[in-house]
Design a protein around this ligand. Sequence first.
Ligand code: CTP
Length: 397
Amino acid sequence: MELEGKRIVLGVTGGVAAYKAAGLLRLLTGAGADVQVAMTEAATRFVGPITFAALSGKPVLTDMWAAAADNRPMTHIDLTRAADAILVAPATADFIARLAQGRADDLLATLILARACPLLLAPAMNRQMWDNPATQRNLELLRQDGVICLGPATGAQACGEEGMGRMLEPETLQEALRAFFTPKSLTEKKVLLTAGPTFEAIDPVRGITNLSSGCMGYAVARAAAQAGAEVTLVSGPVARAAPFNVTRIAVQSALEMHAAVMKRAADADIFIAVAAVADYRAERIAPQKLKKSAGGLPEIRLTPNPDILAEVAALPDAPFCVGFAAESEQLETHAQQKRQRKNIPLIVGNLIQEGFGGETNHVVLFDDAGSHPLPVAPKTQIARQLLAHILALMEKK
Ligand code: CTP
């Protein structure tokens, strides 16, 4: 949604990572962005402009003089006036050096110098080039000019070495652009969340858990990070990557989740408990695998887990606390009772038969003012609406 209709100039400069820019272009156009590609001469030695022309559906700009000969002498100015952002991916050390000097010695550098829109760079280079003080000095100058630097990452490099300088992956760059275009309503807010199931061990290989996918919690964490918050996500075991710009603390059991949350709760402005925390755990975890041969039916004695949300809400200087209530009937009654029992200002209720485990959800927000049903929507959208509601309530306080 954030990229729908956005006019982006994708600059490609001459590095091996230029091939990844083709993947990035596909992701951006797939998300509805209108992308114009401009390449340096060196970039065309790595990937042919025809690839980018085919993927963007537009001729690729490579040559200042070709544009002029084509009766479009002011291409550089027209383009940057119309653009919402310029992203250079990959940005080589040489190109970064040229930008830092404010040079206009090819079409892409000229476009950038003449821009009226934000500039984002995704550096890609050999680790020693990255570490070179000249490169760091150039980047510092560009940062002072308001240029946003995305990455690089560390890892295996095309030259066979290992280290800092890999371009961020296309999916990560797409996420960074989405975040860039999201209004920054949560800047300077610290958001702490729980997500996913917990796993309560019975013996070294078995345990009690549930089917929570973590989808909703991760969507809220991602939306909060995109809105500019500093986000910490305490997550039970799920097969998901941490969202861009989110610090993830991986835990297994409710006790581990409880400890991780309590350590950070006093520092948070907002606490959103999305995790499906097991209400009980085995009183004793068998140190060795339980064997059938032991005879008889095994008995597992359960003991209650701490209620993380209620404990955070009871802190002297508690953050703004939000809970989730998945119910199978009488949604309003159960959700409001849960909200009062835990003494929290807001709870998100949903009927499990209407969206458990799926990509969309149908939820109702319950607060002091009553109930606020949200239309059925993808969890990413519900997450944004929930954050807007939280902010509105916090401002009223
Ligand atoms: N929660 C928590 N710690 C627990 C249990 C739940 O933080 N030990 C949080 C959940 O993350 C969620 C809300 O509390 O935000 C759910 O409340 P709860 O009463 O525990 O829900 P259920 O377990 O579904 O309760 P019940 O079985 O009574 O319906």
